[in-house]
Design a protein around this ligand. Structure first.
Ligand code: FES
Ligand code: FE
Length: 423
């Protein structure tokens, strides 16, 4: 039995002394990963993909979600289906492509053919099967136990008894609305999937994705670059708030010195850019009034949806999800999200921001990968140096975007689920 199961918690919390510590064993122990798989990834709503990825009937993608292979397809009626990508015959993965457009799916092993919704259409040697074989539900590909959507974001859950997606998301919905409302015709995924991996525990990326504290040091090069290309970081300085949104969800909402294609101008975008952003802002004003227009245009959001979905609405919008393959290794998938109707100018600068800062080759991600892998290396000393400190901003009524309240929200929920005890 390891120290955790004896302690029944990975946290050391003392509100009066403003102590919040997380045991580093949470990042290294294989038994913790097993508990995470059964108590978190088998129980929570997990992000599957965006509706815009499946534009037309027959479009499909395959992806690994919560350790399962999923076939996500738009059927002939235009309805989205999330199926377990395994043949009801003898188990082979039915669809072996990453994405594409199909009329049907044929399992390559014995040739069973399934419709776009997973129903068995034909199989070689049909005469050797029971007469009603094709009408039995067990002959079809299995749908995932739960599949629900909100504003083009599709989620699945392997626990049939889970609460509805909208109940699970709760106050997160309002932030998703703010992000999606920047588009009039809906948001769309631009380009394909970015995939990369890190030799670090998956929870390090949760922390990092909502960590307003590290920007000035880890991303000093990017901030120097902004200064060099725009003359200075003024007039917009970093400032904002962290919110605990319940159930382990959290968000940072803040101002920052970079340009936003909707709609914060920076000098390096020139007069053309100014005209375009003035036009976008005027339209937001018309649609939402000043307060909400300002929030959409000039505030950044790092939104974390428990357990492993990040939507960063910063200098571009990135959707990111990640899974552990081992206690010290994770794989990451990321997508760029943008208003469908945006002009070529805005799309160009949005994607440039994605390349420049957010993508795996940008200013930010390699720095973050280095920081997270360094932490994981540091955890080799966890036997002696056992605790991480997550106490920044404890006791504040309104924690700042660069405090750690949002991480405490994650860890409390994580602890409760992993050890099945109230935090
Ligand atoms: Fe798919 Fe046999 S395993 S047809
Ligand atoms: Fe970072």
């Amino acid at each position: 039995m390891n120290a955790f199961t004896k302690m029944n918690t990975a946290l050391q919390i003392d509100e009066a002394q403003k102590i919040f510590k997380v045991s580093r064993q949470a990042f290294t122990d294989p038994t913790i990963l097993e508990a995470e798989r059964s108590n978190i990834f088998d129980k929570c709503w997990l992000y599957l993909g965006h509706s815009s990825e499946l534009d037309k009937p027959g479009d499909f993608v395959t992806r690994s979600v919560g350790g399962r292979n999923i076939l996500f397809a738009r059927d002939g009626q235009g309805e989205l289906k999330a199926m377990l990508n395994t043949c009801p015959h003898r188990g082979a993965q039915v669809c072996r492509e990453k994405h594409g457009r199909a009329k049907s799916f044929q399992c390559f092993y014995h040739g069973w053919v399934f419709g776009l919704d997973g129903t068995l259409r034909s199989q070689p040697g049909e005469e050797s099967y029971a007469e009603d074989f094709k009408s039995r539900s067990t002959s079809n590909m299995q749908q995932v136990p739960r599949f629900e959507s909100y504003r083009g974001l599709n989620f699945i859950c392997f626990d049939a008894k889970v609460e509805s997606l909208t109940d699970y998301l709760g106050p997160v919905l309002e932030y998703l609305d703010v992000i999606c409302d920047q588009a009039e015709e809906g948001m769309t995924i631009v380009g394909g999937t970015q995939e990369y991996s890190m030799r670090a525990n998956w929870k390090l990326l949760t922390e990092n994705s909502i960590d307003g504290y590290h920007a000035l040091t880890t991303h000093a090069t990017y901030l120097d670059y902004l200064k060099a290309t725009n003359g200075s970081l003024a007039p917009v300085a970093f400032a904002g708030t962290a919110y605990d949104l319940g159930r382990g969800h959290a968000v940072l909402e803040y101002k920052a010195p970079w340009g936003r294609p909707v709609a914060q101008w920076i000098p390096s975008w020139g007069e053309d850019g100014k005209r375009e952003l003035d036009r976008l802002y005027a339209r937001l004003l018309e649609r939402f009034g000043k307060e909400r227009a300002d929030r959409i245009a000039t505030y950044n959001r790092n939104l974390f949806i428990f357990p492993n979905l990040v939507i960063n609405d910063i200098m571009a919008v990135t959707v990111r999800t990640y899974y552990p393959t081992a206690p010290d290794h994770m794989t990451i998938s990321a997508w760029a999200l943008a208003p469908k109707e945006e002009t070529d100018w805005a799309r160009k600068y949005r994607l440039f921001n994605f390349l420049e800062f957010l993508g795996p080759g940008g200013f930010a991600t390699p720095d973050d990968v280095e920081a997270l892998e360094q932490c994981q290396r540091g955890f080799r000393n966890a036997g002696e140096a056992q605790w991480n400190d997550i106490s920044k901003g404890m006791g504040k009524e309104s924690p700042s975007y660069d405090d750690e309240a949002q991480m405490r929200a994650f860890w409390s929920n994580w602890n409760e689920r992993v050890f099945q005890v109230p935090a």
